[in-house]
Design a protein around this ligand. Sequence first.
Ligand code: HEM
Length: 493
Amino acid sequence: SWLFRVSRKRKPGEPPLVIGWIPFLGVALNYGRNPLAFLRLAQKKYGVIFTCKIAGKYITFITDPFSYSAVFRQGKILDFQKFAIGFSSKVFGHPDFTDPMYSSSYKDIHSIFRQTLQGPVLQQLTTSMMENTQIIMLRNNLSGWTKEGLQRFTIRIMFEAGYMTFFGREEQAIAEEDSAAKSLLMQKIIDDFLVFDKAFPEMAAGIPIHVLLRTFRAREALAEMLYHTCLKRNQHLSALIERRIHAFDQMSHIDELGKARANVSMLWASQANTLPAAFWSLYYMLRSPEALKAAQNEVDRMLRESDHKPVMAGSPLILSKEQLDGMSILGSIIEEALRLSSASIMIRVANDDFTLTLDSGMTANIRKGDYIALCPQMIHMDPEIYENPAEFKFDRYLDENGQKKTDFFKNGRKLKQFLIPFGSGASECPGRFFAMCEIKQFLTLVLWHYEMELEDVACAPLTTDSTRAGLGILPPKQDVQIRFRIRACTDGG
Ligand code: HEM
């Protein structure tokens, strides 16, 4: 019948075709299945490469970590951008910038990421983030212990600080007026962001945003705040946003709403993964006495060695990029938290028929229009690469000299890529250096300004909410209570 002819037959030279229904991305949400378990099962049965039909698309998974570079090398035939922009314009409602009608080429706009998020300019961005984080941390004159959910705490501080860092803030004098109204407004922005972000699995599964009315309204409310006319009134805009405003203002055919929605996509990119990553880093650090002690020692040492003058509690602390880079214990804590919580999938689309040669020399014919998918979580949770992979070990990424460890092996062979929370190749996150800096700052500032503990240290470890598998850093299934208070006096170590 017609129905049967929809499915294709495996041709000679093609990877095994997995028959049957497979959970993927947001689809997992509705069926409560576990993509990682599925992929492991399929790998056992079919080998390191196999093709599945998911939501009408043929997706070939490559599960051998040594073959990742074979995929990245095919940058011409295996396209990332078209897929990414197509998805982004559906979800965020901005124009498809790769369309030739928008005079300026997307390449120029894309290059702004690297120019404004990496290299020497990063110092300015991290300084701004450090200042903003402390404005928020020290704003409420808290005395005594405060109780709050750790996730709530992290989002409250990191979201507003990141928002100000990228999109600027009002002049101080204006900002101090009517602070109650301002904090209500920020709370509304956070709520809208969370509503929008929560629906990502559905949107990834192909449900149009117009059907998700609350999600659509939340996105439009966010866009409302990010019109160019609003942003131009702010001070301290990041170079990233300033350059994009300039570039989009020069492009023909884009209306103001389209530009504002493009800013929502930047807001999402800068927050959606950072918030859960900061949460897990702080959670694991607080939960492990050895990690907490080592982190505290590192912060104290760094402050002692720097020419940082002893300061009273409440005065802001500013660290240089070099100081942050030198904090390898915090680096290892964050990377270990990322390893345990990252579930992103890297996707490429074949824009022609071609033959992929894997690391083993085995070849596989891929058809035009098919997707290739890499799932780094299989590496992150591989017991051959990481002993007791489900366990948090704060020093997993430290070598015997306390420096960053980069030697990880599978089948006795050293792996080039053993931790891929930020993607790789053409889809590597341009914000990854900033992300590491801002989370290190966050941990440092929590240790510096607060005494903090989990209310129930002995309770079973939190688990991730895997309904978002495929989309980046997984949030926790539920929040966990902390208590904290501002440190009475800090003397720089
Ligand atoms: C893309 C992860 C923080 C900006 C990506 C991708 C991943 C990722 C996996 C590739 C997405 C894909 O394959 O479709 C993360 C993680 C973060 C983080 C784990 C935090 C822990 C940030 C921050 C920014 C940022 C702070 C700052 C603006 C971007 C942008 C892209 C991207 C602009 C799209 C790049 C492109 O289109 O080529 N991120 N990210 N990210 N990220 Fe991040």
